[in-house]
Design a protein around this ligand. Sequence first.
Ligand SMILES: [Mg+2]
Length: 323
Amino acid sequence: MGTIPPTLATPEGALEERTPVALLIDDSPDVHRLLAMRLRSEGIDVVSATTGSDGIRIAQESLPSVVLLDIDMPGMDGLEVLRTLKDTEATLHIPVIMLSGLHSPHDKVTAFDLGAVDFITKPFDVTELRVRVRSALRVSYLLRMLSQRAQIDGLTGLYNRAHFDARWEEAASTCARHGRPLSIALIDLDHFKSVNDTYGHPAGDAALRGLAKLLVRECRVSDVACRYGGEEFALIMPETGPKAASIVCDRIRAALSDVQWPKHPERSITCSIGIVGSEGPCATAASGWIESADRNLYRAKKEGRNRIVATTIEGGVSMAQAG
Ligand SMILES: [Mg+2]
């Protein structure tokens, strides 16, 4: 299973105000001594790393509230570290403030392009640094709160699970009350763990984003595409019976398997899809639909993946298409 960054996985309204933790990545011990003392007296815990690779590891393990990152380090430099942090789902949303002793406008532009929130030139004034850290923490808190309220998944830009739950409940009850057609698809990337293990998490994240883009491109205006969790997506298709839903989903399945991925052009990525639908009135509860769709998804996996299995909600007519 893929992971959802803990910062976004907390339930709505549960954004806790833990003691902020700043991760300082800098090869100079002097900077560590100076900052650790000043930030701690501000009520900010400081975690230290003196190399880029240690910094990345600690960032992924401890998910700090903010990263202070030196550009000029031997080995992996700060820009490289920044690129990795912004390419990884777990650390994507952590604000990064760059520290640099160089007066290179080019580095500044690159750092902001890569997603840094601020840039401080050494030697820096500690008071200024402190207020900039505070400001970065405030902005990141607000952004997290907004993205939860807005119910948008931070990695893919699709609706998140909370939004899905609300919309699906509504769609299933409309179907029950008014007898309108309805279908739902659960879409799961095949062998996702192996993509992560073989090509690294940035490649896995690229696959998630890629599938999200295809969903948006191939589905209709009335469809609702959501990230259901990990490498699983859900597509709500109102006014659509299972046959029409199969056609939409097979377009998505085929388009995904045709993508050539920049990081691994030799390996394609496929998905399996479980669909249930109804052409008319249906009293099945929202959760019952999901269980049926999940069963069909499981069947699609078992029967060889890169395929869709679709049934009516009564479990009747079965349609399977393989790529
Ligand atoms: Mg340095």
